[in-house]
Design a protein around this ligand. Structure first.
Ligand code: MLT
Ligand code: ZN
Length: 467
């Protein structure tokens, strides 16, 4: 796409939005041209900050007329470069569209602008005795629009599902400049295709989310947390079953001893004296005294079977939060080592076998690589982080990881898995999309893109390239 010269481009945008909300300064271009993904150099032409649906529509219509590429931008916590602008695009930041517009206690729903921060929505629901259950470590920065655009998952999927399950209405501006008002908060609506679900997870390639209605639910009562040490991986599903049979689980998370080592090095207190190859974090509803008895019964049963060698349970909300840090601090603790990340999904039952195969693969191909495993094993989502050896340059490291990825994703395909469980495709996973979606299906995806974004102006180059 040929862009106008920068001065003309800024002048054109400033005819639509006040000057203060059309930025071309180096700092704003650098900060808003990237997300948490490494290995890309931000290079947008401008960053705009609309405050209304009308302004978003005007921007899209202008982009159609001028053939400008637009990149939507939320909290920029993505890990697949879905919000990266490295090709002179115009970044459309939703951070000024951050109002909670409506709350309805009967419907148990809230209508928000896309720039509302996840944690603020969670707090808003809590103040009204309700609960927004989609949750993950980036809750303090991520925004609802981005969560919807990537169908964010996180740590409570085994109980509450994905973002998709909580969206009861969406307003989107398509790449034709039209405003669609989809489903309007209805629970039942059997009137044919539900376009709302096409936009959820579409990474801003079909339309920009400008308003969302989300369902809320009853909060869990006093969740308690256990961290358990496992001597071997093959016990993990047995432990999962032992706890799931006896308790209402809200999370079943997993990390290996390398991950724990990196978190402990940051000063997070060690949960127990024992070190083991693997750990699981189990969160469960502790509404009644019997729940604690059931947890202890599951713990004793798992111990007697030799599935766990140690464990700790929270006795207060503060202790539960400290235990969660063992899992939630992993990403930040690895960041200085510039990890090459994969975020895969397999069926839950296959997770241990897949993990063992990939461990063997890395041991064979790259015994010197430090590979760290963690993730949401209760829903089959594993994060594989390969840490950059300190003496390797980034480009060589990425090239080598991409080479090993071919073998990794061939194994994944054999297990019927997905190359992206919850981080999206963006630019990072685009080369690997064919391992999860076949060529015929990708043709259908392209056909849908052509319907909603016929000029190819919305987040071009993300998920897949034009035919
Ligand atoms: C997590 O589960 O902590 C997130 O998906 C982030 C990550 O994979 O680094
Ligand atoms: Zn995750």
């Amino acid at each position: 796409m040929t862009q106008p010269a920068p001065a003309d481009l800024l002048a054109g945008l400033r005819r639509l939005l006040p000057e203060a909300r059309v930025r071309g300064d180096a700092d704003t271009l650098a900060s808003h041209g990237k997300d948490w993904t490494r290995f890309y150099t931000p290079a947008p032409a401008a960053v705009v900050f609309p405050v209304s649906i009308d302004e978003v529509q005007a921007l899209v219509r202008h982009a159609i007329a001028e053939r400008l590429a637009l990149v939507p931008s939320g909290g920029r916590t993505g890990l697949s470069a879905g919000a990266v602008a490295a090709q002179g695009e115009v970044v459309v930041s939703f951070e000024r569209m951050n109002r909670i517009l409506d709350f309805d206690a009967v419907d148990r729903s809230v209508t928000v602008e896309p720039g509302v921060i996840t944690e603020n929505l969670q707090g808003y629901a809590r103040e009204r005795g309700l609960f927004y259950p989609v949750d993950f470590a980036a809750r303090g920065s991520s925004q609802i629009g981005g969560n919807i655009a990537t169908n964010a998952g996180g740590i409570k999927v085994i109980r509450y599902g994905l973002t998709r399950d909580w969206v009861s209405g969406l307003k989107v501006v398509t790449g034709r400049g039209d405003l669609l008002d989809l489903n309007r908060g209805l629970i039942k609506n059997a009137t044919g295709y539900d376009l709302r679900h096409l936009f959820i997870g579409s990474e801003g390639t079909l339309g920009f989310i400008v308003e969302a209605t989300l369902r809320l639910t009853t909060p869990p009562r006093e969740p308690a947390v256990m961290v358990l040490a496992l001597p071997a991986l093959d016990a993990v599903m047995a432990v999962f079953a032992a706890f799931r049979e006896r308790l209402q689980l809200t999370a079943f998370e997993f990390f290996d001893d390398r991950a724990l080592g990196h978190v402990l090095a940051r000063g997070v207190p060690a949960p127990f004296a024992t070190r083991a190859p693997y750990y699981v974090l189990v969160e469960f509803d502790h509404a009644h005294a019997e729940d604690m008895d059931a947890a202890l019964a599951a713990f004793e049963h798992a111990g007697a079977q030799g599935w766990i060698v140690d464990g700790v349970i929270s006795a207060s909300e503060t202790q539960a939060k400290t235990l969660w840090r063992l899992r939630e601090d992993i990403t930040e603790s690895l960041a200085p080592r510039q990890p090459y990340k994969n975020d895969i999904a397999v069926r839950v039952s296959r997770a241990p076998a897949f993990l063992a195969e990939i461990d063997a693969l890395f041991a064979r191909e790259y015994p010197s690589f430090e590979v760290v495993w963690f993730g949401h094993i209760g829903d089959g989502n594993l994060h594989i982080s390969v840490l950059k050896p300190v003496d390797w340059d980034a480009a060589t490291f990425v090239a080598e990881c991409a080479r090993v990825n071919v073998l990794l994703f061939e194994t994944l395909r054999r297990h019927g898995g997905s190359v992206s469980a919850e981080h999206g495709v963006g630019l990072v996973k685009k080369p690997w999309l064919g391992y999860t979606r076949d060529a015929v299906e990708i043709d259908y995806l392209r056909a849908l893109k052509a319907v909603f974004d016929p000029h190819g102006i919305l987040n071009p180059g993300k998920i897949f390239d034009p035919a």
